[in-house]
Design a protein around this ligand. Structure first.
Ligand code: FAD
Length: 456
């Protein structure tokens, strides 16, 4: 309502309350356009206003007002989420958390780093290294991604092969969460309780600041290996993940033709050859190169360690960057998120590589989950419409490969209801005014939900 907009504008510093259509449209979007199912559903969605959050004081005032008036609030970092996590599904206010960047604080002895929610992951890594520390993991979108957005929307990244994925709980040691009680309260959360706020899309509280446990920094060499035999190369990557995870910060496999989409690097690659991208410590570089040579696997690229770390970074070609490069080649490319059993990978990988309708190209990122090696697969394929997307999903079902629904904006989306149930239960405690991340649970946006079910 105009009166509410007027009163909200008065709570914010000059210039931080934005209602122009261009800003509202731009910031109401994230990377959901990867999905032919989400694009038509989320394109029309637009916030009623955007607030640039520069201070905790302003955040508290806005949350207090929204709680009193029952206005939905959606937090947003850099908007690099892939499934509309940051889209204000039921309108209301979009809170741009990027300006919430107080100076970083580090304990040089213990490697504990405190950051407010808007700080970018790259800023944190570059701040930490001169003190002898590095981030245990960061998303491939580290240049843009905020730490609040990564913790609330991401899951794994560069470093996860050595230090585990977010839900292993070793990265975050404490966080400050703002609730929606009247007046709003800050809560200091520590240890395993932090898990309830990771990958929770902000439905159970706003992350205000976080404390991370850094790990001792190492020099990282970047290496690309290749072979025309995709199965042999995958087996090689698998053996590295099994035997040498401690020496790696990045281990990624890309089946041909994905490497041909990597415009800045493709001149180094050979037609028809799949690749492995690695970050390995200087100490173990020769071990990996000797092992590759003994198996007839070629070295295509070696980028020695340098500091500060600057492009070309292989991390720009892993995780969901593969889909981004593929979409530059042909906008109809999309992806699925499949779980491949680390021990019994062979038949699943072979079936994926051999499948004809649709034709998949396999991207795989190796991680550690619960202290054991794991592999996250993102098969990409051409799907200009929801019917072809569905065909791809059915193909995985026929192959007996479990997959997560990355074509839904809901936290409790198909296949993940149980995984997130404790976070969802906590919503009633931390969000008594029912204003946080409204529309991120399936029952809150029944129209979208029924459209999704129709597609399935
Ligand atoms: P946003 O997209 O803005 O927000 C993500 C979620 O967090 C939203 O639900 C939002 O409402 C919520 N949120 C934002 N700030 C707060 C806050 N302060 N408090 C509470 N909730 C908040 N993901 C990975 O895990 N690993 C990867 O390596 C990776 N690579 C990617 C590559 C590409 C090319 C793309 C497009 C995406 C990739 N992603 C990856 C997904 C995405 O980049 C990550 O989730 C990212 O770290 C999100 O950060 P962001 O600042 O953009 O958050």
């Amino acid at each position: 309502e105009p009166k509410q907009l007027q009163e909200l504008a008065e709570l914010c510093p000059e210039g931080d309350f934005l209602t122009d259509e261009a800003t509202r449209t731009k910031l109401s979007r994230d990377y959901y356009w990867y999905s032919p199912r989400l694009t038509p559903l989320l394109d029309p969605i637009i916030a009623d206003a955007v607030i640039a959050v520069r201070s905790i004081e302003t955040l508290k005032k806005v949350v207090a007002y929204a709680a009193k008036e029952g206005i939905p609030l959606t937090p947003r970092g850099a908007g690099t989420g892939n499934y509309g996590q940051a889209a204000p599904v039921l309108g209301g206010l979009l809170l741009d958390m990027r300006p919430l960047t107080e100076p970083l604080k580090i304990d040089r002895e213990t490697g504990r780093l405190r950051a407010t929610a808007g700080v970018r992951c790259q800023t944190m890594e570059e701040f930490a290294r001169p003190f002898g520390w590095e981030l245990p993991m960061y998303p491939s979108t580290w240049v843009k991604s905020t730490i609040g957005g990564f913790l609330a929307g991401g899951s794994a990244g560069i470093g996860s092969i050595k230090n585990g994925v977010l839900r292993d709980g070793k990265t975050v040691t404490a966080m400050t969460i703002l609730d929606s009680s009247q007046p709003p309260q800050l809560h200091r959360i520590t240890g395993a309780d932090c898990l309830n706020y990771l990958h929770a899309y902000g439905v159970n509280g706003f992350i205000v600041d976080v404390e991370l446990q850094l790990v001792p920094k190492l020099p990282w060499e970047q290496v690309v290996l290749s072979s025309p035999d995709a199965m042999k190369l995958f087996a090689f990557a698998h053996s590295l993940a099994r035997d040498h995870a401690e020496k790696l910060r990045l281990l990624n496999f890309q089946q041909w033709p994905i490497p041909s989409f990597f415009i800045p690097l493709k001149k180094h690659y050979t037609e028809g050859e799949s690749i492995i991208q690695l970050e390995v410590t200087t100490e173990y570089l020769s071990l990996i190169l000797d092992k590759a040579e003994s198996e007839g696997i070629s070295v295509k690229l070696h980028l020695p360690h340098k500091e500060p770390r600057r492009a070309p970074m292989l991390s720009d070609f892993v995780q969901n960057h593969s889909t981004l490069w593929a979409k530059k080649e042909d906008p109809s490319y999309t992806y699925l998120s499949a779980k491949i059993d680390f021990q019994n990978w062979e038949s699943a990988v072979r079936r994926l590589m051999d499948w004809k309708d649709p034709v998949f190209a396999l991207r795989a990122d190796f991680n550690q989950t619960d202290g054991k090696p794991s592999v996250a697969a993102g098969p990409i394929f051409k799907a200009p419409d929801t019917e072809t997307l569905q065909k791809g999903e059915r193909a995985l079902q026929e192959m007996g490969i479990y997959f997560y629904d990355v074509h839904s904006p809901f936290l409790d989306r198909r296949g993940m209801e149980t995984m997130h149930s404790s976070k969802i239960r906590l919503k009633s405690v931390r969000d008594p005014s029912r204003i946080f991340g409204i529309g991120k649970l399936a029952h809150e946006a029944p129209d979208l939900g029924s459209e999704m079910s129709k597609s399935w």
